[in-house]
Design a binder for this molecule. Structure first.
Ligand code: G16
Ligand code: MG
Length: 211
């Protein structure tokens, strides 16, 4: 193994609650029912696909693409205001130390996130310099479970897929990693997913699964 590619939301940071608050504000304003169970379905899913999931509960007239774009912008503005409150304290010492140790052991490290806000988040928590490459929602046309975000991360690092380990909390992310021909590690929600090659409970366990 030569590289680790990390999903961002649910692995390095936990911005679920901010996504939830921002979508909830939009849904409430439109009279759409939205709860935390529906929010769980948005994990790792792109912004546009997330909106479609929320709109499953909308029974008004079909919305134009312009209106949908407006709703996504409104949600993103609320979300970014919440992200702006993040600080380095929002990353655990365990995550920070493990990343540092992997780097010291000469592994290349990248981010593989569906988010268009990935760089902003990394900047707020002081981790922008911790990664050699960032593949995110701005450089892909297909989101997870499509392998594109991870394939691109491997390319940015100059490392072959079979030498990359992906760390993911979403089932769609594990499927994407396997479709990319990479080793998949499930953590958090994906810790119980049988398709993951390794299932870990805690971030530091990564230090034990280098090959
Ligand atoms: C994250 C979140 C998803 C979110 C997506 C896009 O993915 O888990 O819920 O919809 O990013 O986010 P944005 O609206 O910021 O572009 P990941 O891949 O980092 O887990
Ligand atoms: Mg995730």
């Amino acid at each position: 193994m030569k590289a680790f590619i990390f999903d961002l939301d649910g692995v390095i940071v936990f911005t679920d609650k901010f996504h939830y608050q921002a979508w909830k504000k939009m849904a409430d304003a439109m009279g759409i029912y939205f709860d935390e169970v529906i929010n769980n379905r948005l994990r790792g899913v792109s912004r546009a696909e997330s909106l479609e999931i929320i709109l499953e509960r909308y029974d008004g007239e079909p919305l134009s693409d312009e209106k949908k774009a407006e709703l996504m912008e409104e949600k993103n503005n609320t979300y970014r205001k919440l992200l702006a409150t993040m600080t380095p304290a929002d990353v655990t010492d365990e995550v920070r130390d493990t990343l540092k140790k992997l780097h010291e052991q000469r592994y290349k490290l990248a981010i593989g996130s569906s988010s268009r806000n990935a760089k902003f988040i990394l900047e707020k928590v002081g981790l922008l310099d911790a990664f050699d490459a960032i593949s995110d929602g701005n450089n892909i046309t297909h989101s997870k479970p499509d392998p594109e975000v991870f394939t691109k991360a491997g390319e940015f690092l100059g490392v072959k897929p079979k030498e990359c380990v992906v760390v993911e909390d979403a089932y769609a992310g594990i499927d994407a990693a396997k479709a990319a021909g990479m080793t998949a590690v499930g953590i958090g929600d994906a810790a119980g997913y049988a398709k993951a090659d390794y299932q870990i409970e805690s971030f530091r366990e990564l230090l034990a699964i280098q090959g």
